[in-house]
Design a protein around this ligand. Sequence first.
Ligand code: CDP
Length: 217
Amino acid sequence: MGFKVAVDGPAGSGKSTIAKILGENYNLTYLDTGAMYRMIAYKSIKDKVNLDEISEVVELLEKVTIDMKDNKFFTDGVDVSQEIRTPEVTSIVSKVAAIREVRVKLVDLQREISRGKDVILDGRDIGTVVFTNADLKIFLVASPEERANRRVIDFKNKGIEEKFEDVLSEIIKRDNFDSNRKESPLKKAMDAIEIDTSFMNIEEVVRAISVLIEKKK
Ligand code: CDP
């Protein structure tokens, strides 16, 4: 079966940073499921797919290949690790992720990649849909302002200037959309442990979850 850790939560709550570190520390394969939705969103822009035409979306899903290796992301063999993080992709990814056919394909892939392995996945529906029997479920939250602040710093480190107000409104909009969609909305699983990271640094969050992992292993 393998040991499964689910990390869910809203945009910018620190899921991927934390999951990556825990994956390395505990030898768990890390799967960034948000990046998978971003790859489909990127490809839909590139191929000028009309997202309101389900047949066009299905055609895209049938032909696209997505791969992940060493924290790099490839669509049809091309490294798109940078492109999937652009504001353009971010602005449509929630719309793409709300499409049932997209979710069916990516959830299948997530389960297939994880089969028999010790894994840590981050996303929105890992504890509620993808691995409802996960050994440990974490729900990370933080205030929208703190999450926007972290995003602005992330962008700055990459040499991109983004306004705090713009990032904040994008985060709030995306959270609302993700939480209110029909298909696998963002929500805390009943048996998930919620951690508010607003006043915690990365090390403190890692330490708190490490204690929980060690109890379950
Ligand atoms: O890193 P950030 O918090 O900005 O988002 P992400 O994890 O890269 O996810 C991007 C988008 O993909 C989210 O806003 C969701 O709409 C969608 N997503 C999802 O629906 N289910 C997942 N398991 C992961 C992401």
